[in-house]
Design a protein around this ligand. Structure first.
Ligand SMILES: Cc1cc2nc3c(=O)[nH]c(=O)nc-3n(C[C@H](O)[C@H](O)[C@H](O)COP(=O)(O)OP(=O)(O)OC[C@H]3O[C@@H](n4cnc5c(N)ncnc54)[C@H](O)[C@@H]3O)c2cc1C
Length: 510
């Protein structure tokens, strides 16, 4: 440990600053890096600490972070390291508790300040507090910089603890009274790491108690971690293929590459800055004109902010079954039903298709998430925290504030978000009449007539055999009673479908 005199001498000479990278694994629009760079005149020590506690098990006794997200992180770290090497430095990587590693490292290499990004949920906030306290004990100044959201928390027009509970009011007030700050350009050069500071090896999946896997070729896009891949996907979606205007009508689609940007995994790990996306969207609008699809991108980034700001406000109760309610709702703790849901064997083809895609790739569409979540609480009546924990493990783009906040909302114990029809049969017919998405992910139903693709349980045994399925043998019976049709007027297509069903019933086929 250095004496304060020694530290003062070092400060006068060099002032290195540690930048603790967490969920800002990029150079572009990285305010933390920029602030540390300016203070230290380029003498920064970029560090990533893999905390083994993040790879322990969760409420389901599953790994908190599954292999898809972990692999994405390793790729992002490798990309960041390469970028620092090109700038003449390196990314220091360590494994262990950050509150032990960081102050020691800073002290040993004469750093006076430690910079990091603001935390985005309660668990992260606890970790950041532990590091800031440890820094304080060592006499190292701890600096927290805002930067993970589109709007800055410190500049939103709501007092602490007074963010509206519904997204619509939040968005309207925010758009009227605040605006995001433009993104900042990446730094171009840094000084080499201090002499004697070993960069350390990048961790492997095994360091996170996970096994190697081969990515599923059916994934909508290859999810490759790192700033370079995130920027490439952004450029491709916005500028090269000009998909933004199209994404408004397409967003209700069940799956597929074009229906939404698929940027979430890069955004949540900070490989992409939300302000950079916003800026590109505005530039697109300036060049080609606005549209609902263009605005939708900003709308959803604002929704992301809403979830993060709410999570800050909620603290630990984000993870509480009771949510925002005074009296807890009663849920049925049926582990068999839960297993059929997450494995994709519920007997509801649309839900099974989504859950199988999620298990195989780590990603499902916005519509898919709403449908499986609503099915979980409304039809299966299972505790919503189980679904949130399952998403925690499986999602490649998992964000605690969004998953837990969205699950609370679907369960009716959280904030109010815009809702859509979540009928597990009608929602399929509404956008994919032929059932192409189900046929893709549930191959045992591939030959089924479109009339039954979302409800094979209507078929008699004879008719099942005709389509190559046998319920209870190669595809399950529904795990719960199918929900009744919703009360709205049927569409002409649905009416046509009803007529076919009536005729089949008359001929004893169903
Ligand atoms: C139960 C449930 C769990 C979810 N869990 C997550 C999660 O862990 N991480 C996550 O990023 N999103 C989550 N979402 C929100 C949304 O489904 C995903 O952001 C979206 O599917 C990501 O795909 P995309 O990037 O193509 O989205 P796009 O439609 O292209 O949207 C662009 C960006 O806006 C943000 N965004 C979009 N929809 C939402 C939303 N409803 N709430 C907050 N931000 C949004 C995301 O950052 C997204 O990348 C969840 C939704 C539900 C219903």
């Amino acid at each position: 440990m250095q004496s304060s005199d020694q530290r003062l001498n070092l400060q006068e000479r060099s002032h290195p600053c540690v930048v603790w990278f967490r969920k800002d694994l990029r150079l572009d629009d990285n305010r933390c890096l920029k602030a540390a760079y300016e203070r230290s005149k380029g003498r920064i020590i970029p560090v990533y600490v893999l905390d083994p506690r993040d790879y322990e098990t969760n409420l389901l006794a599953w790994p908190k972070c599954g292999a898809y997200r972990a692999q994405f992180l390793l790729e992002a770290l490798s990309d960041l390291r390469m970028k620092f090497k090109r700038l003449g430095s390196d990314l220091v990587v360590r494994i262990g508790p950050p509150e032990e590693i960081l102050p020691t490292l800073a002290d040993k290499h004469g750093a006076t300040h430690l910079y990091t990004l603001d935390p985005q949920d309660h668990e992260e906030a606890q970790k950041v507090t532990a590091v800031s306290e440890a820094c304080y004990r060592e006499g190292i100044e701890f600096v927290e910089i805002e930067g993970s959201t589109l709007y800055d928390y410190s500049r939103i027009p709501f007092a602490e603890g007074e963010i509206p509970k519904d997204f619509v009011s939040f968005r309207k007030e925010l758009e009227r009274d605040a605006s995001p700050k433009p993104p900042e350009l990446a730094i171009k050069k840094v000084l080499p790491l201090p002499m004697g500071l070993r960069a350390g090896n990048l961790p492997k999946l095994s360091s996170m108690n996970l096994s190697d896997f081969t990515p599923d070729p059916r994934s909508t896009i290859p999810f490759l971690g790192g700033e370079a891949h995130g920027l490439k996907r952004l450029k491709d979606y916005v500028w090269e293929r000009k998909l933004l205007p199209y994404s408004y009508s397409a967003r209700h689609g069940l799956g597929g590459e074009q229906i939404s940007t698929k940027l979430s995994a890069w955004i949540n790990l900070g490989c992409l800055s939300p302000r950079r996306i916003w800026y590109e969207v505005l530039a697109y609008e300036a060049k080609y004109g606005g549209s609902q699809g263009v605005y939708q991108m900003i709308y959803h980034l604002t929704m992301r902010d809403f979830m993060i700001f709410h999570a800050k406000q909620m603290g630990d109760s984000l993870f509480d079954l009771k949510g925002l309610k005074e009296i807890p709702k009663v849920w049925e703790e049926d582990s068999e039903r839960f297993a059929l849901w997450w494995q994709g064997y519920s007997g509801f083809p649309l839900i099974d298709a989504f859950m199988r895609e999620l298990n195989s790739t780590g990603y499902i569409s916005p519509r898919g998430r709403q449908l499986v979540a609503a099915f979980f609480v409304k039809q299966l009546k299972l505790p919503w925290t189980w679904a949130a924990s399952c998403f925690e493990t499986l999602l490649i783009d998992y964000h605690p504030a969004i998953t837990w906040g969205a699950m609370q909302s679907v369960a009716g114990v959280g904030v109010e978000l815009p809702s859509q029809s979540v009928h597990p049969i009608e929602s399929g017919y509404a956008v994919d009449w032929e059932g192409a998405y189900v046929r893709y992910w549930v191959p045992e139903l591939a030959n089924l007539s479109s009339d039954f693709i979302y409800q094979p349980y209507h078929l008699t045994e004879e008719y099942q055999a005709h389509f190559g399925i046998l319920l209870g043998q190669n595809y399950p019976y529904p795990v719960v009673e199918p929900p009744p049709p919703s009360e709205r007027e049927p569409t002409p297509r649905e009416r046509h479908h009803e007529l076919i069903m009536e005729r089949l019933k008359r001929f004893g086929k169903i």
